[in-house]
Design a protein around this ligand. Sequence first.
Ligand SMILES: [Mn+2]
Length: 314
Amino acid sequence: MDGISAAALVKQAHGGDTVLTDYPGQMKALADIAADQSLKKLFICDLGLSKKNQDEFVDIVSSLRKKRVSVTYVDHHMIDAGTARRLSNLGVRMVHNTNECASVLVYDSFKSKMSDHATFVASCAAITDYMEDRPLGSRLLQMYDRQFALISATVMTYNIVGHQKDGAYLQSLVDALADSKFPHEIPGSFEFAQSQVERLSEMIAKVKAGLKKTRNLAHMEITDAGAGGAVNFVLGLSGKDVGVAYKAKKNEDFYSVSVRGSRSCRVHLGKIVNVLASELGGSGGGHDRACGAIIPLARIKKFVSELNKRVAAA
Ligand SMILES: [Mn+2]
């Protein structure tokens, strides 16, 4: 939701085309964009770099800057200090703050070019990223009825999660939000969310039966839904402070892994997962209590056992 909303707000403020990508597809998508000789301006939002791809990212941005393309980087994921410095030295406009979601940062940077409705889109994104209690996010949310914002954010999120592989649908959501539409004005959105809620309720029983616990975390392999949808149940139903869900990607040789921490989780999971995933030949990272990774199939047991050790030692 934060990525889609950030894209919609950039589109409203600056026009242009939108390219959406997930973590595994990031560098390929960026390389394709960089190959477009007519490109003049590029906004990169909610990306989340890792040790594995940060150097490649700097290289691609550097080639863009040589062609005088204007580049703006808006993100709230952790970024390595050296990488941030190299980007700023290349003349990239850096909007980086780990204390607000990407959409709120986009709103705050370009609000003079946006409609009043942009505050609503940014508020919904903040809710989805668990960042509606932050200084800017909370100020935006208090403009709206809290329940109205919550149901809108939630319906949007279920529509996005249920259409992860439907690029055309996700693009249409970007356009609708950029066009200042409310989620309930998007045809079929509430009905679709209801079908997702039904699937999730079935998952509760499956997770209860299938989750495994180690000393410091709970984990589960998911086969019939997304790991991102299951991981909060793995965390919540286990009573542990860290939950891990992983799903084998079809026709690929890696697991897509989601990791969540409880409110009492004291370690920065994104930092730990970034380092661990790189060591195991994958990649990953993210926020303190919510992150993800790509892990080679044969290394998933090692990933779980090492994560169990490192969340205790950190
Ligand atoms: Mn985000």
